[in-house]
Design a protein around this ligand. Structure first.
Ligand SMILES: Cc1cc2nc3c(=O)[nH]c(=O)nc-3n(C[C@H](O)[C@H](O)[C@H](O)COP(=O)(O)O)c2cc1C
Length: 335
């Protein structure tokens, strides 16, 4: 049963990394302390000393294991070296190939590798690279979206691919509560990965206005309006904020480079300006026109009614899944 844990953790619940710096030490430690898999997100540039500090700061807040995520599209070799030297429990990778040799290097350093992918073909590549677990991301997911298909059709096919392999399969995309958790288990997953639900927690570094929007709004859209210059070819799912609805048909030749500055922020200790249509979500340090900044969210965001402590999210999933299975399925009369 999925809630009994995967990869040595109490539960098969993964807090998806929230770029660029929204899943920091406080969120990751809160998730780890609740028995689930918290994932830090390293910067998109090489900065191994900073990565070490991030890991060490998290260790002052929890003595439980946790993970660190790297987006392979950006420079990362030195950062990964630091992650392996620090011997965190999990290295999570996404948005690129992670060959078998690198996977084995991580495993030999005592670090398990989880690869987040969006297609059956990429799941097969990850399987052949002998990863320790695979996250399959459906089209419903918030943030940058690898998945082109809905989870309902994709997940069981990937489960068939992995059957007999002992590699845990983790479902991501639009899962916000115990119903989604149980559905993912029924479709063949051993765990779930949630981004948006953990974004809407007390410990996440999302800006308070962003958190309010996650509670208030219930519509998202798959788009390429934001961050076209910095990260081309990376479609994303965002909240349909009034700003987004005004600009959803942004002409193809436009991108953030030529746009006015709408705010300022500090990301992983570096001060940055935010231009209109940048792909940078507002974090707790961001100032300026917050409502006109990108706000990533998964398709079922309408299920989020309150900002919770991250530990409550985990507790509700586990207790909710157990009682749902007891009430809805175990008592059912098969005749
Ligand atoms: C704000 C935000 C930032 C994200 N950043 C990353 C990231 O840096 N790396 C990554 O692999 N996935 C990232 N994701 C995607 C998650 O790993 C996960 O696939 C997704 O959140 C699942 O869908 P859900 O948001 O509906 O739960 C992000 C998602 C959100 C909402």
């Amino acid at each position: 049963m999925g809630w009994r844990g995967i990869l040595g953790f109490d539960y098969g619940i993964v807090q998806g990394p929230l770029g660029p710096d929204i899943s920091g030490p406080e969120l990751v430690a809160a998730v780890a302390n609740a028995g689930a898999i918290g994932i830090l997100r390293v910067p998109d540039w090489e900065t191994p000393d900073y990565v070490r500090d991030l890991i060490r700061k998290t260790r002052t807040l929890t003595d439980k294991p946790f993970g660190v995520a790297v987006v392979l599209h950006f420079p990362h070799k030195e950062n990964i070296k630091a992650i392996l030297e620090e011997k965190v429990a999990i290295l999570m990778v996404s948005w690129g190939d992670f060959p078998r040799a690198l996977t084995i290097e991580a495993q030999e350093a005592g670090v398990k590798v989880i690869h987040q992918v969006g297609t059956l073909e990429d799941a097969e590549k990850a399987l052949n690279a002998s990863v320790d677990a695979i996250i399959i991301q459906g089209h419903e997911a918030g943030g940058h979206v690898l998945g082109k298909e809905g989870l309902f059709g994709l997940l069981p096919r990937v489960a068939d691919l992995l059957s007999g392999s002992n590699i845990p399969l983790i479902a991501a995309g639009g899962i916000m509560d115990a119903r989604g958790y149980v559905a993912a288990l029924a479709l063949g997953a051993q765990g779930i990965c949630m981004g948006t639900r953990f974004l809407a927690t007390e410990e996440s570094y999302a800006h308070p206005i962003y958190k309010t929007f996650l509670v208030k709004m219930d519509k998202t859209e798959y788009t390429n309006v934001f961050g076209r210059s910095r990260w081309p070819g990376a479609p994303h799912r965002v909240l349909q904020t009034p700003f987004f609805n005004d600009w959803r048909n942004l002409p193809d030749h436009e991108n953030e480079d030529s746009q006015p500055i709408i705010g300022h922020t500090t990301i992983h200790g570096k001060e940055r300006v935010i231009r209109r249509f940048a792909g940078t979500v507002p974090n707790s340090t961001t100032t300026g026109d917050i409502e006109s900044m990108v706000m990533y969210a998964g398709q079922s965001v309408g299920l989020i009614k309150e900002i919770w402590p991250a530990g409550e999210v985990v507790k509700n999933l586990v207790e909710g899944a157990k009682s749902l299975l007891r009430q809805q399925f175990q008592d059912a009369d098969p005749a």
